[in-house]
Design a protein around this ligand. Sequence first.
Ligand code: PEP
Ligand code: MN
Length: 240
Amino acid sequence: MKKPIIIAGPCTFGSYEELYKNATLVKERGIEYLRAGTFKMRTSPDSFQGLREEGMEMLLKIKKELGLKIVTEFTSIEQVHKYGDKVDIIQIGTRNMYNYELLKEVGKTKTPVILKRAFSATYDEWIKAAEYIKKEGNKKIILCERGVRNNISNETRNMLDLQAIPYIHQKTNYPIIVDPSHASGLSYMVEPMSKAAIAAGSDGLLVEVHYHPEESLCDKEETIDFETLDHILEFIKKEK
Ligand code: PEP
Ligand code: MN
């Protein structure tokens, strides 16, 4: 099996210094891909929405300075037009999986796309959403399982559907990665669920990490520290 792709970084950031420190710690571990959101899709309009365009300039500066590949979410067609060819992977978030006009626009770029599963989407709906991208010409699509809503328990944010991994492998040619952070919403579950995802054949992980998780401006409860990330990386090294 191919080496899993590891994408790590903070959910979002409030300053260049914060981003730079996290990016340096990601790079030090030999990780190629930095994730960080600057156009945030928050449940409440009163929550921090990301540094937006200003943050995008910071991400592009980090790319140049540290040579890291940038993975970030776009939430509008305008952002895709403006920055689509400047980043290394475009992330489409769970709330936009059904935004077909956005998917079509991403499909017109040549940039790889991570398509997160909507938290209530069936496998079929998810695969058909990927087809909206593919139909426009962009075939570099990575599916991402990030947990689905369930009505059994509300102790975790979502429930990680590991069955998505063998299903997608069986039925499609798309690679599939797992985001264990948004799945549970709890940092202590990220390491065991990352290991489980790798054991189940995931093609990679998208993980939220911060040097001081409690200082994260978004999703601090699910954000792991770098020591925990090291445990996950050691496990992957042994496994593969
Ligand atoms: C994220 O990756 O920070 C994010 C908002 O993810 P999701 O769309 O899965 O909630
Ligand atoms: Mn997040």
